[in-house]
Ligand binder design. Structure first.
Ligand SMILES: Nc1nc2c(ncn2[C@@H]2O[C@H](COP(=O)(O)OP(=O)(O)OP(=O)(O)O)[C@@H](O)[C@H]2O)c(=O)[nH]1
Length: 192
């Protein structure tokens, strides 16, 4: 995973309950406009996209994983060498929302980390009349997990690339932060 001067490689895994729209989100991002109303459960798919975010070019490897249930074993290959995670629930399913902290805990446990760049994505934003999780609840959970947050609709292609941008921002904070501004020292107080 070496980074060339021009392009940085970023490996991203998309995780969450079955049928929340992980594949639809990925496909809409990688090859828009792509939306399929039929449901085909994923085993695993990998796709690639090169994007420029905040002046940096990233070559992203995006792994769309199989839907996880509460008692699924965490697939170890998703805990190694991964730069960031997109944790997806559906705004129409509380069960899928409740899976988010469980998946997040599994990632940290497996990787032995205290923090990892993540974005929590509330998918199926077009299904407002079936909403079961409020935006405020989503935001509060993401804050608790130290993650970014956005609601999206793969169907309407709403906030799809923004979801990836939020993760790129989280990864930039973690792996290539802006140089810290010089802190003032005690003796500089009052000095002009
Ligand atoms: N209304 C609506 N339906 C969606 C949206 N995204 C996905 N779907 C539908 O939800 C179903 C599941 O979508 P997938 O993208 O296959 O979900 P997944 O999370 O990848 O599913 P698994 O492979 O089982 O993990 C499909 O019928 C999609 O058409 C969305 O934004 N809005």
């Amino acid at each position: 995973m070496s980074d060339s001067a021009a392009t940085m490689k970023r490996k991203v895994v998309i995780m969450g309950s079955p049928s929340v729209g992980k594949t639809s989100l990925t496909q809409q991002y990688v090859a828009p406009p792509t939306y399929n109303a039929s449901y085909y459960p994923t085993i695993e798919d990998t796709s690639h996209k090169t994007v420029t975010y905040n002046g940096v070019q990233y070559e992203c490897e995006i792994i769309d994983s199989a839907g996880l249930e509460e008692y699924s074993l965490f697939p170890g290959k998703y805990g190694i060498g991964v730069h960031g995670y997109i944790l997806v629930y559906s705004i129409t399913s509380r069960q899928s929302f409740e899976m988010i902290p469980i998946v997040h805990d599994k990632i940290l446990d497996y990787a032995g980390l205290e923090k990892v760049p993540c974005v929590v994505v509330g998918q199926k934003l077009d299904l407002q009349s079936e909403r079961a999780v409020t935006t405020a609840e989503g935001e509060a959970l993401a804050k608790k997990l130290n993650a970014g947050f956005i609601e999206s609709s793969a169907k309407d292609n709403k906030n799809v690339s923004k979801a990836f941008d939020v993760l790129l921002a989280e990864m930039q904070k973690e792996y290539n932060p802006a140089p810290e501004k010089k802190k003032s020292s005690w003796w500089s107080w009052g000095a002009k």
